[in-house]
Design a protein around this ligand. Sequence first.
Ligand SMILES: Cc1ncc(COP(=O)(O)O)c(C=O)c1O
Length: 386
Amino acid sequence: MVSRQISEQYDSWLGGFARWSASLPEDRPVDMLFGNPHDLVSAAYVEALQRAARPDDAHAYAYTMDLPAATEAIAEGLRSRFDMPFAAEHVAMTNGNFTGLAATLRAVADPGDEVVYVSPPWFFYESLIQAGGMTPVRVVAVAGTYDLDLEAIERAIGPRTRAIIVNSPNNPTGRIYPPSMLDDLSALLLAASERHGAPIYLLSDEAYNRVVFDERSFHTPVAHYPYSFLLYTYAKTLLSPGSRLGYVAMSPTMPDTETVAAALLLARITTGWGFPISLLQRAVPDLERMEPAVPVWESRRDRLCGAMADQGYDLIIPEGTFYVLARAPLGDDRAFCDALARDGVWVLPGAMFESPGRFRISLTANDDMIDRAIPAFARAIEAFRS
Ligand SMILES: Cc1ncc(COP(=O)(O)O)c(C=O)c1O
């Protein structure tokens, strides 16, 4: 049975969301709740999957763990992007970052250990930590900038701390952490690992590492700290979250690589065969070559954020990801999201990601939705002001 702690969390979060979303009007809504596609996936993506579906030998549909064709293509991509000596044996295939997180946590931590995460977080960090029998330790990001609060992280670390989850580009704030901050984090983690006599592992959740705006560079925390894992999912880059495909790449400088790789293998088996289906793995070399629609999301960001700023919203222009975090007028996120939903626009109340008083908009809405959303945002802020 799912533990009481997790069911309670489910009830306060997913259950609450399910009840709230069931009450939303359904007449052609502008759905800006989650990072879901609202346009057809590209023809190139479908063709890659069709090619991969055709068996070329009898093993094509056998049980598949880490398919070398996939792990080699990924290692090659990582080498060229990050200038680090990634090899196929550093790569562990997962069916997305849900499994990447669950399996990596189990590989490096034991029940009773503590795992630090940064708030506001992605919704499921706390539950995934708890599901592994570990204790989540929340550290709030710096107010205003949403940077890592390194002093608070240091204070949160104790003898039972085994891991920290870092998410850059960050969902929901859109913040990308600069290299100097990652160096400071690394120094802090190395010192704490030394102090407590065991490594603290860094899980770098990089679901959006290719969704970066304004020609910014993304710097992976994995280049700054040896005990680290890069967790990636194709769900966001290729806007295909229903095709469960991703990987965990351990840092090439990870000490004791073989033991860690064996732990990751066992963790994925015991997480319920957390490997992607063989068809998806065979498509990886093609998918690796596909470019995300960053210019499209960036122009939607500019159009929507520009209009909302003119209307008087206090919002954060994201550096990456496809989310915009804004302050709810009068501070009641739920009342504001309800009012907006009655006008046909669905956005996510901040209470659902530890940010009461704010709301989150997904830029994966299509152009027609953005056109309809802009006047609705204007009506909503006007109504709350008056
Ligand atoms: C920050 C972050 N991590 C992990 C995930 C989960 O990714 P996937 O659905 O590919 O497992 C998401 C999905 O929204 C996310 O935004």
